[in-house]
Design a protein around this ligand. Structure first.
Ligand SMILES: *[C@@H]1O[C@H](CO)[C@@H](O)[C@H](O)[C@H]1NC(C)=O
Length: 431
């Protein structure tokens, strides 16, 4: 669709103040290049995009997972002085040369992203080594990024703050820690991360932790025993008490089941799709989806071609198929989006980068079975509902006087050869 390409070009050349973002719907109608032919179908596709833009102006589009912070570490070693987020990174080396780069402020605005969970991800190979320090550095990086671009981004740590940021025309920026290895098997570290503003923890990445099993150890339909240990269940309960979202993407099915069984609050998958359509262990099987819905939770459908189509090629329609499937199975109240941009190197045609979200919502409208309220739910209302519930469970537990858990785990993080034997030090000091 060449008119669309021209539109994009015109957009990049124009100033991109928020007012223009909100004005773009009518702008398309007035001065946008005319389609060459097929006026009626193209004009209705234009109408759909206009409807989507109105929806996303009213309700923040909240994406569950973006790995930009890790790329900033990889590419510029967290030197934000060398990072210009408000330029077109498709023109800047090394971003322009990387298949893993799909995010900059220009394109986030163009895609009308209203809220983003930024991943404080560190590779789980750092488990039992410097995972906790690296995670703190990524949390610091995300906060500095928000501060540097405070005209466009606003830190958010609650459902209310997401709406405030959106009302200010800024991208509500939340922090999610991707992997339980970042806790160093310590509930004290979990609590400290919460105090720093972290609002979800993915229970595992691709490594098992001493207390939770990862999906990467699963093969075929094979069930692989217990998911969460006793300590793992304490992590989930402590997250309920703190008011932190529990993210089950990357976990083994047994972990999903155990967490769903323990948690008093709804859970999320921040970036996973439907296993019934593509049988990757990163996707969610039907029985888990049903349990997720029964708990009031949310699957934020992800865009990586290998999770959408189980292969290197996919399209925006294929992503929509996952959304239709989940809707048919558990209803529209349990769907969100978690693109995983900047964490993937193969994106669907039509969803190449963060500027493309409106195309996905327009695709849902095209089916003829989606109304404006449905779109709002998938864009952000569902996530806001889940977060509000997590916050109210926290408040209830506080009212009930539930105290911080003091359970600890003897793990390589606290007992390994690199760990300081703190009890021995105390004995020396007493002498
Ligand atoms: C997915 O399906 C293929 C083909 O039936 C099978 O070989 C593979 O083991 C399955 N993978 C999983 C994770 O179920």
């Amino acid at each position: 669709m060449s008119w669309r390409v021209e539109l994009d070009k015109g957009w990049h050349n124009s100033a991109w103040a928020v007012t223009i973002v909100f004005a773009v719907g009518s702008w398309i109608g007035r001065v946008g290049p005319r389609p060459a032919g097929g006026q009626s179908s193209l004009s209705s596709s234009r109408e759909r995009l206009e409807t989507v833009r109105q929806v996303l102006a009213e309700v923040p589009l909240i994406d569950g997972h973006n790995d930009l912070p890790w790329n900033i570490r990889n590419f510029v070693h967290n030197q934000l002085a060398e990072f210009e987020f408000d330029t077109d990174l498709r023109q800047v080396v090394p971003w322009s040369k990387s298949a893993w780069s799909q995010t900059d402020l220009l394109r986030l605005r163009q895609g009308m992203v209203g809220g983003q969970f930024w991943a404080a991800y560190v590779p789980c190979e750092s488990q039992h080594l410097n995972a906790v320090q690296l995670t703190l550095e990524q949390v610091d990086l995300i906060k500095r990024l928000i501060e540097k671009y405070s005209q466009h981004m606003q830190f958010a740590a609650s459902s209310r703050e997401i709406l405030e940021a959106h009302g200010n025309g800024r991208i509500a920026s939340l922090i999610g820690v991707e992997g339980g290895h970042s806790l160093g098997s310590s509930l004290a570290v979990l609590r400290t991360l919460y105090q720093l503003g972290v609002r979800y923890l993915t229970l595992t990445h691709t490594c098992n932790t001493p207390w939770a099993k990862s999906s990467s150890v699963e093969q075929g339909d094979g069930e692989s025993g217990g998911g969460l240990t006793h300590f793992g269940r304490s992590v989930v309960r402590e997250m309920n008490r703190l008011g932190m979202l529990i993210d089950l993407s990357h976990t083994a099915r047994a972990t999903m089941r155990d967490a769903l069984g323990v948690s008093k609050a709804p859970l999320i998958f921040s970036h996973s799709s439907a296993f019934a359509i593509c049988n990757s262990t990163r996707n969610v099987p039907d029985d888990i989806l049903k349990q997720l819905a029964a708990n009031g939770g949310l699957v934020m459908v992800t865009f990586y071609n290998y999770f959408v189509k189980c292969g290197p090629q996919a399209t925006v329609s294929d992503v929509a198929e996952h959304i239709y499937y989940v809707r048919n199975l558990i209803g529209v109240d349990h769907i969100g989006v978690g693109g995983d941009f900047d964490g993937i190197n193969k994106t669907p045609r039509g969803l190449e980068d963060v500027s493309r979200y409106p195309e996905l919502f327009a695709e849902l409208l095209r089916s003829g079975k989606w109304n404006v309220l449905d779109l709002k739910k998938v864009a952000g209302l569902n996530l806001l509902r889940v977060l509000r519930k997590v916050e109210s469970v926290r408040d209830d537990m506080r009212t009930a006087g539930v105290m911080p858990a003091e359970e600890f785990l003897d793990s390589p993080d606290t007992t390994g050869s690199c760990a300081l034997d703190i009890n021995a030090v105390q004995r020396v000091m007493e002498v």
